[in-house]
Design a protein around this ligand. Sequence first.
Ligand code: PLP
Length: 381
Amino acid sequence: MIYADYNATAPIRPEAREAMLAALDLGAANPSSVHKAGRAARAVVEKARGQIGAAIGSRAEDIVFTSGGTESLALAIQGAVLALDAKATLIVSAIEHDAATKAAAYAGVPVETAYVLASGQVDLADLNTRLAKWDKAIKGTPILVLMLANNETGIIQPVADAAALVREAGGLTVCDAVQALGKVPVNAALLCADYIALSAHKIGGPQGTGALWHRAGAPLKALQYGGGQERGLRSGTENVAGMAGFGAAAEAAVRDLPKYAMLAKHRDAMEARLKAEGGVTVIGEASPRLAGTSNFARPGFRAETQVMAMDLAGVCLSAGSACSSGKVKRSLVLMAMGADDALAEASVRASFGWDSRPEDFGKLADAWLEAARRTVLKETA
Ligand code: PLP
C-alpha cells in the first residue's frame, strides 16, 4: 500500500509510540495527585509541555494541552472573544479549516472574510485597507484567523506579515499551525501571532491530542470548567500518554525538518510526470508550499472517481472536493482561489511525510496515470 494522506493523519512515529507506552506503564497515576505516582505523571506532562514549547521556540508555560487542533482553535477563537466581552469582530480567511470557520461562526460576534488571491495566499493589501479604516468603537477588537499552511493545497500563508498589520491596528491573530508544525519552521515569536493551534496526529503523534500556544498576557478565557488543570484554561484530567506521544513526536518532527524538505524533489518529479502524461493542473505550483503536499486536478476526472480508482490500486489519497448525496461539492479552498468549477470538482490531494519512501511518488504517478488512461484520457484520446 502507498499511504499518501499524511495531511489527514500521519502514521505514529516510533519515538511517540515508545513515549506513550512508557507513560501507560506508569500505572495508575493522576498528574494532580500529590503522591509519588502522581508526581511521576506530572513529570511526564511537564516534559511533554517543554518539548512542544521547544518545538516552536516558546516557554513551556505558554502551552495549554487540548484534545486536538479543533479544540485548540475553539479555545483560541471563542476564549479570546469571551475575554474581550464579545467586543470583537473576527476576520477569518476564506481558506480556513472548518474547525476555525465553525468556531468563528459560533463565537457570537460578527465574522468577516479575509480574501485570498489566485496564488492561494491571503490578500494583504485588502487586509491592510480594511484595518486602516477599522472603527474600534463600532467593531471592537479585530481578531484575524489565518492558517500557516493549508491542509488541501499546502500553500503557506504570510502569517507574520498579516499578524503585524493586525497588531498595529490593535488586534489579535489566531494562527492555525496544525499542518505547518514539523513541515516548516514554526517560531512563536517570529509568527507574531497571539495564539497558535497545534495537533499531534499530523506529525506522527497520537490522534486526539493537541495544544494551544498563547502569548503571555493575550486575552483568553476557558471554555470548560472543572478541576482547574492547565492553569484553569482547560479543566479535565490530563491525557498523559497522549501528551507524552505529542511531545516526543514534536521533538522528532522538528529534528527531521531537513528530511521533510527533501520530499519536494520527489513531489516535483511526480507532478512533472502527471502534467506531461496526464494533463493535470498543479494547484499552487508557483506559491510557497509544503514539501510533501501535492494538489492536482484533471478536469473531467472527478475527484471521487480518482480516489476510488486509487484505492483499488492500493494508494490512499483524498479528494479536495467531497461528494454528498450524489452531488459533487467543490473544494471551497480552490473556489476561494478563483479556480473554475471543472478544476474545483476534480482536485485531489496527495500528501507525504516522515515515513514516505522515494519510490512512493513514482508508484503513485504510475497508478494515477493507469487509472486516467482507462477513463478520462481514453475519452479525450
Ligand atoms: N486545522 C487544520 C489545517 C487541519 O488540517 C486539521 C485537521 O484536519 C485541523 C485543524 C483539526 O485538527 P484535529 O484533527 O487535531 O482536530
